[in-house]
Design a protein. Structure first.
Length: 308
Protein backbone atom coordinates (compact mmCIF):
# COMPACT_ATOMS: atom_id res chain seq x y z
CA UNK A 1 0.00 0.00 0.00
CA UNK A 2 1.41 3.40 -0.90
CA UNK A 3 0.03 6.78 0.05
CA UNK A 4 -1.17 8.87 -2.83
CA UNK A 5 0.70 11.74 -4.35
CA UNK A 6 -0.25 14.76 -2.27
CA UNK A 7 1.23 17.91 -3.72
CA UNK A 8 4.88 18.60 -2.99
CA UNK A 9 5.34 20.78 0.12
CA UNK A 10 7.49 23.28 -1.78
CA UNK A 11 4.69 23.98 -4.25
CA UNK A 12 1.61 23.64 -2.08
CA UNK A 13 2.66 24.53 1.40
CA UNK A 14 1.90 22.38 4.42
CA UNK A 15 -0.80 19.81 3.68
CA UNK A 16 -2.66 17.40 5.89
CA UNK A 17 -4.81 14.51 4.74
CA UNK A 18 -8.56 14.92 4.46
CA UNK A 19 -9.14 11.23 5.12
CA UNK A 20 -7.43 8.46 7.09
CA UNK A 21 -4.68 6.35 5.60
CA UNK A 22 -7.16 3.54 4.98
CA UNK A 23 -8.62 5.54 2.10
CA UNK A 24 -5.36 5.72 0.20
CA UNK A 25 -4.58 4.37 -3.23
CA UNK A 26 -2.43 1.34 -3.87
CA UNK A 27 -0.37 0.73 -6.97
CA UNK A 28 -0.04 -2.62 -8.73
CA UNK A 29 1.99 -2.97 -11.90
CA UNK A 30 1.81 0.75 -12.57
CA UNK A 31 -1.96 0.97 -12.10
CA UNK A 32 -3.58 2.83 -9.20
CA UNK A 33 -6.48 1.31 -7.29
CA UNK A 34 -8.54 2.17 -4.24
CA UNK A 35 -7.81 0.22 -1.07
CA UNK A 36 -9.25 -3.23 -0.55
CA UNK A 37 -12.55 -1.98 0.81
CA UNK A 38 -13.27 -0.17 -2.43
CA UNK A 39 -11.34 -2.06 -5.09
CA UNK A 40 -13.17 -2.46 -8.39
CA UNK A 41 -12.39 -5.02 -11.07
CA UNK A 42 -9.95 -3.74 -13.68
CA UNK A 43 -11.72 -5.58 -16.48
CA UNK A 44 -14.01 -2.66 -17.27
CA UNK A 45 -11.42 -0.51 -19.04
CA UNK A 46 -11.74 1.70 -22.11
CA UNK A 47 -11.77 -1.36 -24.32
CA UNK A 48 -14.77 -2.71 -22.46
CA UNK A 49 -16.41 0.69 -22.70
CA UNK A 50 -16.10 0.71 -26.48
CA UNK A 51 -17.41 -2.83 -26.79
CA UNK A 52 -20.50 -2.06 -24.73
CA UNK A 53 -21.07 1.14 -26.64
CA UNK A 54 -20.70 -0.63 -30.00
CA UNK A 55 -23.49 -2.97 -28.96
CA UNK A 56 -25.85 -0.31 -27.65
CA UNK A 57 -25.35 2.69 -29.89
CA UNK A 58 -23.29 4.08 -32.77
CA UNK A 59 -20.24 5.50 -30.98
CA UNK A 60 -19.47 7.72 -33.95
CA UNK A 61 -22.72 9.51 -33.27
CA UNK A 62 -21.23 10.95 -30.08
CA UNK A 63 -17.87 12.47 -31.04
CA UNK A 64 -18.08 14.80 -28.02
CA UNK A 65 -18.86 12.03 -25.56
CA UNK A 66 -22.55 12.95 -25.45
CA UNK A 67 -23.81 9.36 -25.54
CA UNK A 68 -27.58 9.08 -25.24
CA UNK A 69 -27.35 6.06 -22.94
CA UNK A 70 -24.13 6.83 -21.08
CA UNK A 71 -25.37 5.91 -17.61
CA UNK A 72 -26.55 2.48 -18.70
CA UNK A 73 -22.92 1.38 -19.11
CA UNK A 74 -21.30 3.73 -16.59
CA UNK A 75 -23.86 4.12 -13.78
CA UNK A 76 -23.42 6.88 -11.17
CA UNK A 77 -22.47 4.31 -8.53
CA UNK A 78 -19.15 3.73 -10.30
CA UNK A 79 -18.03 7.13 -9.02
CA UNK A 80 -20.21 7.63 -5.97
CA UNK A 81 -18.86 4.48 -4.33
CA UNK A 82 -15.52 6.32 -4.06
CA UNK A 83 -16.85 9.69 -2.88
CA UNK A 84 -17.60 10.07 0.86
CA UNK A 85 -21.15 11.12 1.69
CA UNK A 86 -19.56 13.59 4.11
CA UNK A 87 -17.44 15.28 1.44
CA UNK A 88 -19.05 18.72 1.83
CA UNK A 89 -18.54 18.66 5.60
CA UNK A 90 -15.02 17.26 5.23
CA UNK A 91 -14.12 20.24 3.07
CA UNK A 92 -15.30 22.55 5.84
CA UNK A 93 -18.59 23.64 4.32
CA UNK A 94 -22.14 23.45 5.60
CA UNK A 95 -21.42 24.40 9.21
CA UNK A 96 -23.24 27.70 8.77
CA UNK A 97 -26.89 26.93 7.96
CA UNK A 98 -27.18 30.26 6.17
CA UNK A 99 -24.38 29.37 3.74
CA UNK A 100 -25.37 28.32 0.23
CA UNK A 101 -23.08 25.57 -1.08
CA UNK A 102 -22.60 25.86 -4.84
CA UNK A 103 -21.54 22.92 -6.98
CA UNK A 104 -20.90 22.55 -10.70
CA UNK A 105 -21.14 19.39 -12.84
CA UNK A 106 -19.29 19.84 -16.13
CA UNK A 107 -20.59 17.74 -19.02
CA UNK A 108 -23.52 16.38 -17.02
CA UNK A 109 -25.09 14.42 -19.91
CA UNK A 110 -28.71 13.57 -18.96
CA UNK A 111 -28.17 14.55 -15.33
CA UNK A 112 -28.30 11.09 -13.76
CA UNK A 113 -25.02 11.53 -11.91
CA UNK A 114 -25.86 15.10 -10.89
CA UNK A 115 -29.08 13.99 -9.21
CA UNK A 116 -27.46 10.89 -7.71
CA UNK A 117 -24.62 13.02 -6.32
CA UNK A 118 -27.12 15.39 -4.71
CA UNK A 119 -28.83 12.45 -3.00
CA UNK A 120 -25.44 11.00 -2.05
CA UNK A 121 -24.20 14.17 -0.37
CA UNK A 122 -27.54 14.73 1.38
CA UNK A 123 -27.82 11.09 2.45
CA UNK A 124 -27.99 11.84 6.14
CA UNK A 125 -31.01 14.14 5.75
CA UNK A 126 -32.69 12.87 2.59
CA UNK A 127 -34.60 9.61 2.29
CA UNK A 128 -34.02 7.41 -0.75
CA UNK A 129 -37.29 8.29 -2.49
CA UNK A 130 -37.73 11.83 -1.21
CA UNK A 131 -38.11 14.76 -3.59
CA UNK A 132 -38.25 17.38 -0.83
CA UNK A 133 -34.99 19.32 -0.46
CA UNK A 134 -33.46 19.31 3.05
CA UNK A 135 -32.99 22.46 5.09
CA UNK A 136 -29.34 22.85 4.11
CA UNK A 137 -28.95 24.91 0.95
CA UNK A 138 -26.97 22.88 -1.57
CA UNK A 139 -27.31 24.16 -5.13
CA UNK A 140 -26.04 22.19 -8.14
CA UNK A 141 -25.64 23.45 -11.69
CA UNK A 142 -25.17 20.85 -14.41
CA UNK A 143 -24.40 21.70 -18.01
CA UNK A 144 -23.75 19.90 -21.27
CA UNK A 145 -23.31 21.02 -24.88
CA UNK A 146 -26.04 18.59 -26.01
CA UNK A 147 -29.38 20.39 -25.75
CA UNK A 148 -31.35 17.15 -26.14
CA UNK A 149 -29.63 15.62 -23.13
CA UNK A 150 -30.17 18.80 -21.12
CA UNK A 151 -33.87 18.81 -22.01
CA UNK A 152 -34.13 15.25 -20.72
CA UNK A 153 -32.31 16.26 -17.53
CA UNK A 154 -34.67 19.19 -17.01
CA UNK A 155 -37.77 17.07 -17.59
CA UNK A 156 -36.71 14.35 -15.14
CA UNK A 157 -35.18 16.63 -12.47
CA UNK A 158 -36.69 15.66 -9.08
CA UNK A 159 -35.14 18.66 -7.29
CA UNK A 160 -35.77 21.74 -9.49
CA UNK A 161 -35.41 24.01 -6.45
CA UNK A 162 -31.87 22.78 -5.85
CA UNK A 163 -30.59 21.46 -9.19
CA UNK A 164 -30.46 23.41 -12.45
CA UNK A 165 -29.52 22.18 -15.91
CA UNK A 166 -28.48 24.43 -18.79
CA UNK A 167 -27.01 23.89 -22.28
CA UNK A 168 -23.48 25.29 -22.39
CA UNK A 169 -20.29 24.68 -24.39
CA UNK A 170 -17.35 25.06 -22.03
CA UNK A 171 -14.97 25.57 -24.97
CA UNK A 172 -16.73 28.84 -25.84
CA UNK A 173 -14.71 30.81 -23.33
CA UNK A 174 -16.49 34.17 -23.14
CA UNK A 175 -20.03 32.79 -23.36
CA UNK A 176 -19.48 30.01 -20.85
CA UNK A 177 -17.75 32.29 -18.36
CA UNK A 178 -20.61 34.78 -18.59
CA UNK A 179 -23.24 32.12 -17.87
CA UNK A 180 -21.29 30.65 -14.98
CA UNK A 181 -20.65 34.06 -13.44
CA UNK A 182 -24.34 34.94 -13.82
CA UNK A 183 -25.28 31.78 -11.92
CA UNK A 184 -22.78 32.56 -9.17
CA UNK A 185 -24.08 36.12 -8.79
CA UNK A 186 -27.67 34.90 -8.62
CA UNK A 187 -26.71 32.71 -5.67
CA UNK A 188 -24.46 35.23 -3.97
CA UNK A 189 -21.25 33.35 -4.69
CA UNK A 190 -17.85 34.25 -6.10
CA UNK A 191 -16.73 30.71 -6.93
CA UNK A 192 -18.25 27.25 -6.87
CA UNK A 193 -17.36 25.46 -3.66
CA UNK A 194 -16.86 22.24 -5.63
CA UNK A 195 -16.75 21.60 -9.38
CA UNK A 196 -16.80 18.17 -10.98
CA UNK A 197 -15.12 17.47 -14.31
CA UNK A 198 -15.61 13.74 -14.84
CA UNK A 199 -14.62 12.05 -18.11
CA UNK A 200 -14.79 15.33 -20.04
CA UNK A 201 -11.14 16.23 -20.65
CA UNK A 202 -10.54 13.73 -23.47
CA UNK A 203 -13.43 14.98 -25.60
CA UNK A 204 -12.30 18.61 -25.32
CA UNK A 205 -8.73 17.52 -26.00
CA UNK A 206 -9.54 15.40 -29.07
CA UNK A 207 -11.87 17.93 -30.64
CA UNK A 208 -10.04 21.16 -29.83
CA UNK A 209 -6.40 20.33 -29.08
CA UNK A 210 -3.82 20.83 -26.33
CA UNK A 211 -4.52 24.52 -25.78
CA UNK A 212 -8.23 23.85 -25.28
CA UNK A 213 -7.53 21.16 -22.68
CA UNK A 214 -5.30 23.48 -20.69
CA UNK A 215 -7.80 26.29 -21.16
CA UNK A 216 -10.57 24.10 -19.77
CA UNK A 217 -8.54 23.32 -16.66
CA UNK A 218 -7.63 26.99 -16.20
CA UNK A 219 -11.23 28.16 -16.53
CA UNK A 220 -12.52 25.59 -14.07
CA UNK A 221 -9.76 26.48 -11.61
CA UNK A 222 -10.70 30.16 -11.86
CA UNK A 223 -14.31 29.53 -10.80
CA UNK A 224 -13.74 26.75 -8.24
CA UNK A 225 -12.56 26.48 -4.66
CA UNK A 226 -12.30 22.71 -5.13
CA UNK A 227 -12.14 20.66 -8.31
CA UNK A 228 -12.82 16.92 -8.57
CA UNK A 229 -11.18 15.70 -11.76
CA UNK A 230 -11.45 12.40 -13.63
CA UNK A 231 -9.27 12.51 -16.73
CA UNK A 232 -9.44 9.69 -19.27
CA UNK A 233 -6.12 7.84 -19.69
CA UNK A 234 -4.37 7.76 -23.07
CA UNK A 235 -5.67 4.28 -23.87
CA UNK A 236 -9.16 5.82 -24.06
CA UNK A 237 -7.95 8.28 -26.70
CA UNK A 238 -6.71 5.42 -28.85
CA UNK A 239 -9.96 3.55 -28.33
CA UNK A 240 -12.06 6.56 -29.34
CA UNK A 241 -9.99 7.12 -32.48
CA UNK A 242 -10.16 3.42 -33.34
CA UNK A 243 -13.95 3.48 -33.10
CA UNK A 244 -14.11 6.31 -35.64
CA UNK A 245 -11.83 4.47 -38.05
CA UNK A 246 -13.92 1.33 -37.63
CA UNK A 247 -16.91 3.33 -38.86
CA UNK A 248 -14.96 4.56 -41.87
CA UNK A 249 -14.66 8.10 -40.54
CA UNK A 250 -11.63 10.33 -40.28
CA UNK A 251 -9.69 10.74 -37.06
CA UNK A 252 -10.45 13.48 -34.58
CA UNK A 253 -9.09 16.73 -35.97
CA UNK A 254 -6.32 17.11 -33.40
CA UNK A 255 -5.52 13.51 -32.46
CA UNK A 256 -2.21 13.20 -34.34
CA UNK A 257 -1.10 16.70 -33.37
CA UNK A 258 -1.51 16.33 -29.62
CA UNK A 259 1.64 16.93 -27.61
CA UNK A 260 -0.01 16.09 -24.29
CA UNK A 261 0.03 12.29 -24.27
CA UNK A 262 0.74 9.42 -21.93
CA UNK A 263 -0.35 10.10 -18.35
CA UNK A 264 -2.87 12.85 -19.07
CA UNK A 265 -4.05 13.02 -15.46
CA UNK A 266 -0.51 13.70 -14.27
CA UNK A 267 -0.02 16.44 -16.87
CA UNK A 268 -3.36 17.94 -15.87
CA UNK A 269 -2.17 17.95 -12.26
CA UNK A 270 1.05 19.70 -13.23
CA UNK A 271 -0.86 22.41 -15.10
CA UNK A 272 -3.33 22.97 -12.27
CA UNK A 273 -0.57 23.22 -9.68
CA UNK A 274 1.98 25.24 -11.66
CA UNK A 275 -0.29 27.61 -13.53
CA UNK A 276 -3.71 27.67 -11.84
CA UNK A 277 -2.97 28.06 -8.14
CA UNK A 278 -4.42 24.65 -7.29
CA UNK A 279 -3.04 21.87 -5.11
CA UNK A 280 -3.82 18.17 -5.22
CA UNK A 281 -5.04 17.19 -1.75
CA UNK A 282 -6.67 13.78 -2.21
CA UNK A 283 -6.96 10.79 -4.51
CA UNK A 284 -10.22 8.91 -3.97
CA UNK A 285 -8.93 5.90 -5.88
CA UNK A 286 -9.87 4.57 -9.29
CA UNK A 287 -13.22 3.85 -10.86
CA UNK A 288 -14.07 0.49 -12.39
CA UNK A 289 -12.67 1.90 -15.65
CA UNK A 290 -9.29 2.51 -13.99
CA UNK A 291 -9.65 6.30 -13.86
CA UNK A 292 -8.45 8.21 -10.81
CA UNK A 293 -10.66 10.70 -8.99
CA UNK A 294 -8.39 13.59 -7.98
CA UNK A 295 -9.45 16.38 -5.63
CA UNK A 296 -7.80 19.80 -5.92
CA UNK A 297 -8.12 22.90 -3.74
CA UNK A 298 -7.25 26.51 -4.41
CA UNK A 299 -3.80 26.99 -2.92
CA UNK A 300 -4.53 30.09 -0.85
CA UNK A 301 -7.07 28.06 1.13
CA UNK A 302 -5.21 24.77 1.13
CA UNK A 303 -4.60 24.81 4.87
CA UNK A 304 -8.11 25.84 5.90
CA UNK A 305 -10.27 23.17 7.56
CA UNK A 306 -7.77 20.35 6.94
CA UNK A 307 -6.65 20.32 10.54
CA UNK A 308 -10.20 19.75 11.74
Amino acid sequence: MVMVFLAEPNTCGSLRRLYPATTSCSTTKGRTYFDAAHTRTAMATCGAESEVQDEKDDPGAAPYGNFINYYTFNPPENRLSLIPTTLIQDLGYGKDSSETILMLDVGCNSGDLTVALYRHLQQSVLSEDSTTPPDSDLQLLGFDLDETLILRAQQTNPFPQSISFIPLDITEDAASQTQLQDYLRQHGGFRFHLSLCLAVTMWVHLNHGDAALLGLLSRLASVSQHLLLEAQPWKCYRSAARRLRKLGRSDFDHFKELKIRGDVAEQAREHLEKHCGMALIQCFGSTSWDRRLLLFRRRETVDLHLSQ
